[in-house]
Design a binder for this molecule. Structure first.
Ligand code: 6CS
Length: 365
């Protein structure tokens, strides 16, 4: 499968990238050029060898991840006077989400928006995002933590880099909400409930803690699986539920905010490390700028789709919001999963989780 994808994507990662032609160009440059390269601004564009990079996403046009990649591409093109072309890829053409992880890892594409929910079999520590009720209830505070956390941006990043994947940023696509064929407001509602999840083992563990029967399934199969009852429910941010029309085949949606959907902007480490410093600086600068952009984008899309789902009279969905008391009942069952993460999943005795919990506490003080 992978060799097919590599061929489909145009061969090895160095083709069409600037890692070959663009290296060592700082030798013999003027002082002005060197300054520009250091800041990654202005005239630096003149020194950038034309290159085309592929940026895969797990979503389709209009959805947050794809729009992120498209905006990223636009900014990089503007900053380099068109020297750098980034081609955003919609989900669907390059295999499953797991295939896309492998593709980035092998250097078949240069960049990817990736959900940690598909990397748990590989980067055990990345399953930290499967823990329910971990992040602050405020989405703004969550985004602050994701942007500034040392536990994530240094320690967890190092764990991914062991697999040649560098997460350059973590960001939220919104709180995750449950949809179901039945109402889902108390743990007993999950007893024997057939829940669709992403593939990281700890995600399944989190639902088993409520008594559910989780099944990992690709989202491209989810609408049909919900429709024919293979699974009875799923969780996702509201924009995704609405845009993928899952609400059409579900009668209930619970605003549970039991978790939030974290995505990562990732690059192939070897490729990224081989780039010229001025090009790397432009990528890093754009990654930083995009944090605010994507927060607003998810906020807009989640708000719009909440109204669309509520007002879809042809496909009525009962929307309820968990009370604090109801959330507490789930939290009680979710807490032991953190111990499980520390004892059975973590390769560093939960050190990343310990640090992240401290950072979250500091951010919400
Ligand atoms: O549930 C999923 O699998 C998908 N959900 C989102 C919000 N993005 C892509 C992902 O694959």
């Amino acid at each position: 499968m992978l060799s097919f994808l590599l061929v489909a994507c145009g061969g090895d990662s160095e083709e069409g990238t600037d890692t070959e032609e663009g290296t060592d160009e700082t030798e013999g440059t003027t002082e002005e050029e060197t300054d520009a390269e250091e800041t990654g601004e202005g005239e630096a564009a003149a020194d950038i060898a034309p290159a085309t990079w592929r940026f895969v996403t797990e979503e389709v046009t209009g959805q947050v991840q794809y729009e992120y990649a498209a905006e990223f591409a636009k900014r990089m093109s503007e900053k380099t006077d068109g020297a750098i072309t980034i081609e955003p890829y919609e989900y669907g053409g390059l295999g499953s989400t797991e295939d896309q992880v492998e593709l980035l890892q092998q250097g078949g594409v240069e960049m990817a928006v990736m959900s940690p929910g598909f990397t748990g079999g590989m980067v055990k520590e990345g399953q930290i995002f499967a823990l329910h009720f971990l992040f602050p209830s405020s989405l703004e505070a969550t985004q602050e933590v994701l942007t500034n956390s040392e536990a994530l941006n240094t320690d967890l990043r190092a764990k991914y880099e062991e697999f040649d994947i560098s997460p350059l940023a973590f960001w939220t696509e919104g709180g995750t909400q449950w949809t179901g064929s039945e109402p889902l407001t108390k743990p007993e509602d999950f007893e024997g409930f057939k829940m669709r999840t992403q593939s990281s083992p700890l995600i399944l563990e989190s639902y088993e803690a409520y008594g559910a029967e989780p099944t990992a399934l690709d989202w491209s199969e989810l609408y049909t699986a919900l429709d024919n009852g293979t699974v009875q429910g799923q969780d996702n941010p509201i924009f995704f539920i609405g845009d993928a029309s899952f609400h059409e085949v579900q009668d209930h949606m619970t605003i549970s905010n039991h978790n939030n959907y974290v995505a990562m902007t990732t690059v192939n480490t070897t490729w990224y490390e081989g780039l010229d410093d001025n090009v790397k600086a432009l990528i890093d600068e754009t990654v930083v700028e995009m944090q605010d952009w994507v927060f607003e984008e998810q906020d807009k899309q989640n708000s719009e789709y909440l109204e669309i789902i509520k007002n879809d009279t042809e496909n009525p969905t009962e929307v309820v919001e968990l009370t604090e008391e109801q959330r507490d009942a789930f939290k009680e069952l979710a807490m032991p999963v953190r111990d499980y993460y520390r004892d059975e999943v973590s390769t560093v005795d939960g050190a990343i989780l310990d640090k992240l919990e401290e950072e979250i506490a500091a951010a919400t003080e």
